[in-house]
Design a binder for this molecule. Structure first.
Ligand code: ZN
Length: 321
């Protein structure tokens, strides 16, 4: 008797499950299962997700750099979308939990895959993608290579669905652009060659919150993929932005501004000074890669991965000066 009752309830449960599946078809089922990205309100209407400091691989699932969004009276602006379509989906889910205002802008602060690979989640007739004047070119030149490499490092499942979506609203160097989200104007600034050739910052004047992307690193060693001298030169102008807090590309979100620039400035300065010394005495590039900025090692995560690359790139840059 007990057995029959048990198998009956099993059948009933199975039926409900089948009916449920029929009701939420395909994408809906997937959408039901997507966990919203964990975000924190760092100032009224300003939300940020703090990603772990780790590498782009299968284990991290593409969640390696910070992102967030700003909510105005009329619309939402998303800032960066994560390193895989699923991260973008999860960010979108987090936004939908907080507001039903439409997402009108998706701003990419640079061309690195950890900031743009989640873009596909936001495609829609009323969504405008926004970026630095140089971003479309960088995406076109480097994007396919990123996809190829990361398919190998992260696995097909995470990369499948990545779309390179060049921005259609562009920001020029020297010409800040303002976006009105409804009683909330955000200011977009395009930077010259610094961390990369297409860095953009987003400043919310209302709460004095700055999204700095890869122009600001905390705990994660800075990555020089543009010009170390250009970056150092830009630091005072960056520090002059009247923000109170910053969402860096990597590391703790909501950090005090401009204090958050201190560690990065020390690292870039030390790396430059060491390389200039090595150049002066004719040291070769391998020695530079192994020794430059060695005294900074204990202060940063992923130092062994990126410092030799930074040293190599910056050595070549300084050699030409
Ligand atoms: Zn980054």
């Amino acid at each position: 008797m007990k057995t029959i009752a048990r198998s009956l309830s099993f059948v009933v449960a199975g039926l409900c499950f089948a009916v449920g599946l029929g009701y939420f078809t395909g994408r809906d089922v997937a959408a039901q299962q997507i966990a919203p990205l964990d975000v924190r309100e760092i100032a009224p209407g300003v939300y940020a997700h703090q990603a772990p400091i780790t590498a782009m691989d299968a284990a991290s699932g593409g969640d390696i750099s910070n992102n967030g969004f700003i909510v105005g009276d009329d619309a939402v602006a998303v800032i960066d979308t994560g390193g895989a379509p699923i991260i973008g989906e999860r960010l979108k889910k987090a936004i939908e939990k907080i507001t039903d205002k439409p997402i009108r802008y998706v701003i990419n602060t640079t061309e690195h895959p950890d900031y743009i690979f989640g873009n596909a989640a936001f495609i829609g007739p009323d969504v405008t993608f926004v970026g630095h004047r140089n971003l479309p070119r960088s995406m076109a030149v480097r994007g396919p290579h990123y996809i190829q490499t990361l398919r190998r490092d992260m696995g097909e499942a995470l990369i499948q669905g990545v779309k390179l979506i060049p921005p259609t609203m562009l920001v020029d160097i020297g010409k800040d652009r303002k976006l009105d989200l409804g009683h909330r104007i955000i200011d977009l600034r395009a930077w010259p060659m610094t961390a990369t050739d297409c860095n953009l910052t987003v400043f919310d004047a209302k709460t004095k919150s700055l999204f700095a992307g890869d122009l600001v690193y905390l705990r994660h060693v800075p990555v020089v993929d543009g010009s170390i001298l250009g970056w150092l030169e830009a630091l005072p102008r960056l520090a002059a932005i009247p923000a109170q807090r910053v969402v860096p590309g990597h590391g703790p979100v909501g950090a005090d501004w401009p204090q958050a620039l201190g560690a990065e400035k020390a690292y870039l300065t030390k790396l430059t000074a060491d390389l200039q010394g090595l150049l002066k005495r004719g040291a070769d590039i391998n020695e530079a890669a192994q020794t430059a900025a060695g005294s900074e090692a204990a202060k940063w995560k992923l130092f062994e991965v990126y410092n030799p690359r930074n040293a190599t790139a910056a050595y070549a840059e300084l050699e030409w000066k």
